[in-house]
Design a protein around this ligand. Structure first.
Ligand code: KIV
Ligand code: NA
Length: 269
């Protein structure tokens, strides 16, 4: 299979082929995702929550994002690899100035040989998006519930239910497309608004809690594998119950060690 590129994602939108995206933070998971046909692997700053145990995405640093990215990129470098690898730019690595954003995006790309960066926000970041795409670094946008702004929002409720915020989101989507973004994540907004955005721009939309009409879907890997037992929003479909599977395996191992049932003679030298 050919490597997934920004061109390929555009083509998928044009041909009505849905884009499947998931997050990964380590080598082993990235390998499994790539082998399973995932189109885009996002090294999300959700690593701050599900990998490091923070309450929000704000604390994760650019060095930590680069560490995760190196591991993920190694996982898709096999001969069969095809997934595009996109890295979240962490909180405060792109907000201060376009110049600082460009320096950090360049550092992320240069250190990792990944495929693209992702940034949250609309109008306030369009100049930065243009600056970064102009030098050849593909940028994915992210609108709606943008977790780096959680302290301003004050809650994880659905965004853009009211007309003014919905209109602003649609305007932001068009601005990001004009600035050169190659795709747009839409998080936790009404399905009809996501559908309207999807119809209104020519770059693909990738939804999370944004209904059926987006050009693609994304979930946090820990959520969809049932590893995150505290988080049950309606948009997460649990495809496995790894929390219980791992708990069961580890409990049996502990019992076996305690009872002298592991290792057996044939497991010894
Ligand atoms: O960090 C993340 O996992 C994300 C996705 C939920 C889109 O930004
Ligand atoms: Na993110």
């Amino acid at each position: 299979l050919p490597h997934v590129t920004t061109r390929r994602l555009l083509e998928m939108k044009e041909q009505g082929e849905k884009i499947a995206m998931l997050t990964a933070y380590d080598y082993t998971t990235a390998r499994i995702l790539d082998r399973s046909g995932v189109d885009v692997i996002l090294v999300g700053d959700s690593a701050s929550n599900v990998f490091s145990g923070h309450d929000t995405t704000l604390p994760i640093t650019i060095e930590e994002m680069i560490y995760h990215t190196k591991a993920v990129v190694r996982g898709v470098q096999a001969e069969t690899s095809r997934a595009m690898v996109v890295i979240d730019m962490p909180f405060m690595s792109y907000q201060l100035s376009s110049e600082e954003a460009l320096r950090n995006a360049g550092k992320i790309m240069k250190d990792n040989e990944c495929d693209a960066v992702k940034m949250e926000g609309g109008k306030v970041i369009v100049d930065t998006v243009k600056r970064i795409t102009d030098v050849g670094i593909p940028v994915m946008g992210h609108l709606g519930l943008t977790p780096q702004s959680i302290y301003r929002f004050g809650s994880y409720k659905v965004r853009a239910r009211e007309k003014t915020e919905a209109e602003e989101l649609l305007r932001d989507a068009k601005l990001l497309e004009e600035a050169g973004a190659f795709a747009l994540v839409l998080e936790k907004i009404p399905a009809n608004l996501a559908a309207e955005v999807t119809r209104s721009i020519s770059i693909p939309t990738i939804g999370i809690g944004a209904g059926q009409i987006c050009d693609g879907q994304v979930l946090v890997i820990n959520d969809m594998l049932g590893l995150n037992t505290e988080f049950h929003p309606r948009f997460v479909r649990k495809y496995a119950d790894l929390d219980n599977i791992i708990h069961d395996a580890v409990s049996r191992y502990v019992d076996d060690v305690r009872n002298g049932q592991f290792p057996l003679e044939e497991e010894s030298y």
